[in-house]
Write a protein that binds this ligand. Structure first.
Ligand code: F6R
Length: 609
């Protein structure tokens, strides 16, 4: 998830581009760069690190130009260094491109372009784009971009600057956001509205498959077949601060709504085209070592640990290997039984959590193979692990983790399937079925988000409660733990999660009239048992909100309210069931007037023990 900008007008481009990038730094800040046309050449200024590093390098210098593009990077393919920073150029420096997204077939394209004589400088997927432009350019940028996008698979929002056409900017989008800002004698492009607001509130929001052709006086939008689209002008009413949250009141809500996209990006390029198997090119465990693994240990903190609890269940079921899930701050001090035949999976959004890093080091010291599942390229856990599976959630700003968690869950399924494939523990048909269902999850999460309003009623009735309980069995128990953590950390309501069958061993003493109990009921095989537990708390006059899979409608006879999630493979329900719980926590916190994005006493990256 990067930020891109473009400007074509009568003013100096460089300061406008830099200001725009500043507004987009929430999308990533691994490097920043701009490209402008000056003295009949494309001049590139770029630097790793935040925009401030680029400004420091420029030391007040501003190139003289009225046309340019810019980029702030959140590294995906290639380390966050100067060379991999955007914009990227073709061999002769005639085309500059900024890109947000992932070109999935870049390796094939890169090999082909090299065979045609192109010379690559960076490790990025993006660099294929300027070389493709160079390869196909016949005097018209629009035709060339149309040809290029037919060649690329994956997601992109891109803007190209061509030396031969200094009075045009051409941009295209597929699965990554891009907005045109409409000015007087000048026009703008940006990944998001905050970068435009200083200059204009009149915009075109580009749709997938559209190409925007900017001149100083005009903006033409074409569809995928080259027909002119009659775009409606979208007038932005939000204030600048709100716009950084994409119109949402809080980053947390924005990030909850980004989950379908985060899931898509994390799946992208990791499933064979025919859907028969997962492909994890980033995991390079030798076949012999894979066969010798006799134990998996998953370690992490907080929400990431909750993803690990789901991972334990999933990997044991799919790959038939015993799995331990342990909190990193516990594992590091308990002399765990880990050796060269252990596979250790560390999960960390930030990749910098002190306890997780220490657990990783302990595992390595004991000779284990370590896979890191992390959201931040080149983070400490990414650098120190043997293999890294990146979650492409994009930068998470709210302290309470949502979109990172859901992509961590997805990573557990990918790793479970990967191990199952390599150890032959599942039939091809079973793998293909799970993959089919995995691919449908982004749309199913989107459908839950569209129906989020039912939760608000429950929130109104219970936002003044002091205690809440979450119950579930099996995978539902792991999700209950995450639901309970979300609620307590942002709304300050005391919340506890229990394995539903465990209530009667003590906790039932706390269940009194009107106490809210959130019951997860997504596991068909455990349905009757969980329903009995709901009856137990109902007998003590608790109010029960059930989160249940469609098809288990009978639960409405015992629960006070039911939020339904779409049907999916029984093992995949955590990805759907957590969404209503995130929304519940969010709306509870809002109605209690809490600081949702920055709850008291907490920090996003916990780099101390
Ligand atoms: C809760 C939350 C934390 C983190 C934990 C680990 O919403 O975000 O519990 O999950 O601090 O952080 P990472 O994943 O960065 O290692």
């Amino acid at each position: 998830m990067c930020g891109i900008v473009g400007y074509l007008g009568g003013r100096q481009a460089a300061p406008i581009l830099l200001e725009g990038l500043q507004k987009l730094e929430y999308r990533g800040y691994d490097s920043a760069g701009i490209a402008v046309i000056q003295n009949n050449a494309i001049e590139i200024l770029k630097k790793s690190g935040k925009l401030a590093q680029l400004r420091a390098q420029m030391n007040g210098y501003m190139p003289e130009s009225t046309a340019g593009i810019g980029h702030t990077r959140w590294a995906t393919h290639g380390r966050p260094n100067d060379v991999n920073a955007h914009p990227h150029l073709d061999c002769q420096g005639r085309f500059a491109v900024v890109h947000n997204g992932i070109i999935e077939n870049y390796l094939t394209l890169r090999e082909w372009l090299i065979s045609q004589g192109h010379v690559f400088r960076s490790e990025t997927d993006t660099e294929v784009l300027p070389h493709l432009l160079e390869e196909f350019y016949m005097g018209d940028m629009v035709e060339t971009i149309q040809r290029v996008i037919k060649k690329v698979d994956g997601s992109y929002a891109m803007v190209a600057l061509a030396l031969d056409e200094p009075n045009r900017l051409v941009a295209a989008r597929h699965d990554s956001p891009l907005v045109v800002g409409l000015g007087e004698g000048e026009n703008f492009l940006a990944s998001d509205i905050p970068a435009l607001l200083k200059h204009t509130r009149e915009t075109y929001i580009l749709e997938d498959g559209e190409i925007a052709v900017l001149t100083r006086q005009d903006v033409e939008v074409l569809d995928h077949s080259g027909r002119r689209v009659d775009k409606k002008v979208f007038h932005v009413k939000w204030e600048a601060a709100q716009a950084e949250k994409g119109g949402y009141d809080h980053f947390m809500l924005k990030e909850i709504h980004e989950q379908p996209r985060a899931l898509k990006d994390t799946l992208s390029g990791r499933i064979a085209q025919d859907g028969s198997r997962v492909i994890l090119n980033e995991i390079n465990i030798p076949q012999e070592q894979l066969q010798q693994i006799n134990k998996v240990v998953i370690t992490a903190c907080g929400t990431a640990f909750h993803a690990g609890l789901v991972g334990k269940n999933v990997i044991e079921t799919l790959a038939g290997i015993p799995v331990e899930a342990d909190i990193a701050s516990e594992l590091r001090y308990r002399n765990p039984l880990i050796d060269a035949n252990s596979l250790v999976i560390v999960i960390s959004q930030s990749g910098e959590t002190a306890d997780t890093l220490a657990a990783l080091r302990e595992a390595k010291r004991k000779g284990a193979r370590v896979i890191a599942v992390t959201n931040v390229v080149d983070s400490s856990v990414a650098r120190e692990a043997d293999d890294v599976l990146y979650t492409w959630a994009g930068p998470e700003i709210a302290v309470a983790s949502t979109k990172a968690y859901i992509t961590q869950l997805l990573s557990m399924y990918l790793l479970g399937l990967y191990l199952a494939q390599n150890r032959g523990t599942l039939k091809d048909r079973e793998i293909a079925q799970i993959i089919t269902d995995l691919r449908k999850l982004p749309d199913k999460v989107a459908s839950i988000l569209e129906n989020g309003t039912n939760i608000k009623e429950f929130v109104r009735e219970h936002c003044n409660c002091e205690n809440a309980f979450f119950i579930g069995r099996g995978l539902d128990y792991a999700v209950a733990m995450e639901g309970s953590l979300k609620l307590k950390e942002i709304s300050y309501i005391h919340a506890e999660a229990y394995a539903a069958g465990e209530l009667k061993h003590g906790t039932l003493a706390l269940i009194v009239k009107d106490v809210p109990v959130v019951a997860l009921v997504t596991q068909q095989a455990l349905y009757d048992k969980t329903v009995s537990n709901i009856k137990e708390v109902k007998a003590r006059e608790a109010t029960v909100l059930a989160v249940a899979t469609r098809g288990l409608e009978e639960v409405s006879k015992v629960a006070d309210e039911v939020l339904y999630i779409p049907r999916t493979h029984q093992m995949l329900t955590p990805i759907l069931a957590v969404v209503p719980l995130q929304l519940l926590a969010y709306y509870m916190a809002v109605s209690r007037g809490c600081d949702v994005d920055q709850p008291r006493n907490l920090a996003k990256s916990v780099t101390v023990e």
